[in-house]
Design a binder for this molecule. Structure first.
Ligand code: AFP
Length: 341
């Protein structure tokens, strides 16, 4: 990875500060990988909290011990690097500016330290997702509002998946590249340059148990997928759902597919289930850079104007033609409603 990033720097696609920042994040991911890999032997499985009281994060979700540990690892590794002006984590209420005592840089880092953490205790892949923005000019002590930039403003995004192997997938806006951790040497090795998502797919990912809570266009879209060859789509579809977004997106970057977490009546009041700044935006940049598409169902994801650090959105991403099909169902439904209204 160091070599790849140095070559990108020589080609003028990244500066030294951003390169070093990504290397710090990658180093933190190695530490998280070691902790995750120890499993029960590391004493890190199970819920955080004490005296039988569950620890609840800002999202209102029970925290796992590994959520807390991963957050600490990323915070600690990045606080003193000198490349950041501030950090924001899915696990914390507010962003944290780099303190006066530490050297400061010009970037803002956002991360979901351990996505899919409900899968930790059952030994299924989990991952870290991160996004890098520029700190606005003239701002030395960034507040939450300075992080509220659209996904198009990201200068880098990536995830690290802790599965049978640990892989870090990265974009700096010039393609999406995959690195595999060589555990003996301790280095991320470039194993796939320029990941490309096939334009068409026969595989979809969604939590089907929410079907009855979905909006009408999603009902219609998935209804047609399920009809297979006999239905309007004219082909049979397969379904996969890991319930770790990192693992589902990694599959889609590798062999295509569509991932969706649509709006449903359970999460409608919050705007969706997945978080724009920590999950949807970084994954959307990775997917677009691999030739895929990402949408809320009604708008290109990367153009959503964020209104809150922990804002949630509906998500459709993956194979371009399939995402466009899902979006079509939403637009057709909306224009029919407007016509009826
Ligand atoms: P956790 O980190 O709380 O396990 O949430 C993971 C996640 O945000 C995302 O990774 C999955 O795609 C999604 O939730 C799964 O949600 P369901 O449990 O509703 O299927």
């Amino acid at each position: 990875m160091t070599r790849h990033l140095l070559e990108e720097q020589r080609a003028g696609r990244i500066n030294a500060d951003l390169r070093l920042l990504i290397e710090v994040v990658a180093r933190a991911c190695k530490s998280i990988s070691i902790a995750v890999g120890k499993g029960a032997l590391g004493g890190v499985l199970g819920d955080a909290g004490s005296d039988g009281e569950a620890s609840i994060n800002v999202q209102g979700e029970a925290q796992k011990k590994l959520d807390v540990l991963s957050n600490e690892i990323l915070m600690e590794a990045n606080a003193w690097g000198g490349h950041l002006a501030g950090l924001a984590s899915e696990e914390m209420d507010h962003s944290v500016p780099i303190s006066d005592a530490q050297p400061r840089g010009n970037y803002l880092l956002l991360f979901d330290p351990l996505d899919g953490s409900s899968n930790i205790d059952v030994n299924i892949s989990v991952g870290t997702i991160f996004s890098v923005l520029r700190c606005p000019d003239g701002v030395t002590t960034p507040g939450d509002e300075h992080f509220l930039q659209p996904g198009t403003a990201q200068v880098a995004a990536g995830y690290c998946t802790y599965g049978p192997s640990t892989m870090l997938v990265l974009t700096i806006g010039h393609g999406t590249h995959a690195f595999t951790l060589d555990r003996e040497i301790g280095s991320f090795v470039l194993t796939q340059r320029g990941m490309t998502i096939p334009e068409e797919t026969r595989e979809f990912a969604v939590n089907m148990s929410n079907q009855r809570f979905w909006e009408a266009p999603m009902q219609a879209y998935v209804g047609d997928l399920l009809q297979g060859r006999e239905g309007p789509r004219g082909k049979d579809f397969n379904m996969r759902w890991v319930a770790s977004m990192v693992a589902d997106v990694h599959r889609i970057l590798t062999r295509g597919g569509i991932f969706s977490y649509p709006l449903d009546s359970k999460c409608a009041a919050k705007g969706g289930k997945l978080r724009l700044m920590y999950e949807a935006n970084p994954m959307s940049l990775l997917v677009e850079q691999a030739g895929g598409a990402a949408s809320t169902g009604r708008q290109r994801m990367l153009e959503v104007r964020p209104t809150g650090l922990h804002q949630r959105v509906p998500v459709f991403l993956g194979s371009r033609a399939e995402v466009e099909a899902a979006v079509r169902y939403h637009h057709e439904h909306d224009s029919q409603e407007q016509g009826d209204g």
